[in-house]
Design a protein around this ligand. Structure first.
Ligand SMILES: [Zn+2]
Length: 143
């Protein structure tokens, strides 16, 4: 093939490319509008609240997801590839970092509640003290 012809063909190809560029872009836009990409990523809150039932009477966020721990009475939530205490995940979502070396005291006495506003970080001693007090109060109720 003579050099000149090759050059002409290349030139024609280039012109073709530019002439139909707009049309191609338009077609591509239409195709993408008709086939929207659905993101499979969901937010942490969405994932979390799938397992939560909000009790309107008590304001407790009752956990309907995985349970674990002592007598399976604690809420567990798998996040970042590990199972975590669900109420701590909720605390971090709404109230920031959980204080070091503190236990969670459920002010509503419902261990399956994951409402971070029903929790109070207490030391182990405080927690034990409160448990004793609550037991005593319960006994008095029954008398
Ligand atoms: Zn509660």
């Amino acid at each position: 093939m003579p050099y000149k012809l090759k050059e002409l063909q290349r030139e024609a190809g280039r012109r073709h490319y530019w002439r139909h560029r707009e049309k191609r872009l338009e077609a591509s836009k239409l195709w993408h509008a008709a086939h929207p990409r659905v993101s499979k990523r969901i937010t942490l809150a969405e994932k979390f609240f799938r397992h939560v039932h909000i009790n309107v009477q008590t304001g407790c966020w009752e956990w309907r997801g995985k349970r674990g721990g002592d007598r399976k009475s604690y809420a567990y939530f798998k996040h970042e590839y590990r199972s975590q205490r669900a109420h701590l995940v909720a605390w971090r979502m709404f109230r920031g970092e959980w204080p070091e070396a503190r236990q969670a005291d459920h002010l509503c006495c419902n261990t399956l509640c994951v409402n971070p506003f029903h929790l109070e970080p207490v030391t182990q001693a405080e927690n034990n003290q409160r448990a004793v007090e609550r037991r005593r109060a319960k006994k008095l109720e029954h008398v």
